[in-house]
Write a protein that binds this ligand. Structure first.
Ligand code: SF4
Length: 360
């Protein structure tokens, strides 16, 4: 057996029998999911992007609606970005939707509407990282390419007793190499999906169900009895908290001021009630400087909290009205019209609070 960079697969590990046990189990338990009805690479691609950081049950209705609205790459490529973001609303991690939209336009422009099956072409498309690349190549095109995510690293670290720290980016290469060695060339799609499913359903982080595990007889961690010591994962840095005032500003007609976020960065191009950094000394002065008009603060509401992957936002709601002057950016909309704009989840948390306060 060939050596990987820093990990050698044990000589007694029976690769073929491991593949067979995993694939047989997967073919018995696999769920009927809407993206599994065929191997259409566009559907596989959309599902894999949606499934990043998101549970299967949450993704299903979004996927179905998305496919109804954008059934082909052409429908998605021709859509307006605001409409794409609206379809993604609530799923979070909106850069996924923007990147998918950009990449699909490229598929239409450069590849005649055919999702490329060639590794180097596919990996150049925006938003397709190594995991998604492996998932699309194996599931849609039957190519023996690793698709390694946290689930797969957990399973393989236990099966082969790999003690490298999975929090370190370079460790990912070890698992890529390992999976590349053990993946089935006859059915790479079922192999990769089987590994993912095993990690999701059986080989779970805290209490792996080894009694029900189809690959138990291949598993070194099971043999040594230290399953839950693996994978090794050093602690992440603590998330930082940023505090804002969320300004709910109404005009004389009772309409609300909303604004579009910048084109780059977190929650780009989504809409929001203006957020003001809390360290600023005066809300009224900050708003006049920032947006031209004078406001009068009426009261303060609850504080809502939203946890992103690297930061936590805490937003204290502030109710205010326009006293004089014209705003320089944003627009006023009625409470009814709010639903026509794509907002991130954190803003919906604000809206819950706002409308519970009987405003609007
Ligand atoms: S035997 Fe237990 S630890 Fe090993 S792969 Fe199966 S569930 Fe995971």
């Amino acid at each position: 057996m060939k050596n990987t960079t820093t990990f050698s697969i044990p000589v007694l590990f029976d690769v073929h029998s491991f593949q067979a046990d995993l694939i047989t189990w997967y073919s018995k338990i696999k769920r009927d999911l809407p993206w599994r009805v065929n191997q259409d690479p566009y559907r596989v691609w959309v599902s894999e992007i949606m499934l990043q950081q998101t549970q299967v049950d949450t993704v299903i209705p979004y996927f179905n609606r998305f496919m109804e609205r954008f059934p082909t790459v052409y429908d998605l490529a021709n859509a307006d970005e605001q409409e794409v973001l609206k379809s993604w609303e609530g799923l979070g991690y909106y850069s996924r939707a923007r990147n998918l939209h950009t990449a699909v336009k490229e598929v239409v422009a450069e590849y005649g509407g055919q999702v490329p099956s060639e590794r180097n072409e596919l990996k150049k498309l925006k938003g397709i990282g190594p995991y998604t690349l492996g998932a699309i190549l194996s599931i849609a095109f039957d190519t023996p390419e690793p698709a390694v995510d946290g689930n797969v690293m957990r399973v393989m670290s236990r099966v082969l007793h790999i003690e490298e720290d999975i929090a370190k980016p370079k460790t990912k290469k070890i698992f890529d190499d390992v999976v590349r060695e053990v993946i089935s060339h006859d059915d790479p799609s079922s192999f990769n999906q089987g590994l993912m499913e095993l990690g999701a359903l059986i080989c779970t982080p805290q209490k792996p169900k080894c009694g029900e595990c189809p690959v138990r007889e291949h598993c070194l961690a099971y043999e040594y009895g230290n399953q839950t010591d693996l994978p090794i994962k050093s602690k992440k840095k603590k998330q930082t908290t940023t505090e804002f005032y969320g300004l709910v500003i109404q005009n004389n007609q009772g309409e609300f001021l909303i604004q579009k976020r910048p084109e780059e960065g977190l929650l780009a191009n989504l809409w929001e009630f203006p957020l003001m950094p809390k360290e600023e000394p005066s809300i009224e002065e900050w708003f006049k400087e920032y947006n031209g008009a004078e406001i009068k603060v009426n009261s303060k509401g609850e504080t809502v909290k939203h946890v992103f992957s690297h930061v936590i936002w805490e937003i204290e709601i502030v109710f205010a009205h326009i006293k004089s002057g014209e705003i320089k950016s944003g627009q006023f909309v009625t409470a009814e019209e709010l639903k026509d704009f794509p907002f991130p989840n954190v803003q919906y948390k604000m809206m819950d609070n706002i409308f519970r306060s009987n405003l609007g």
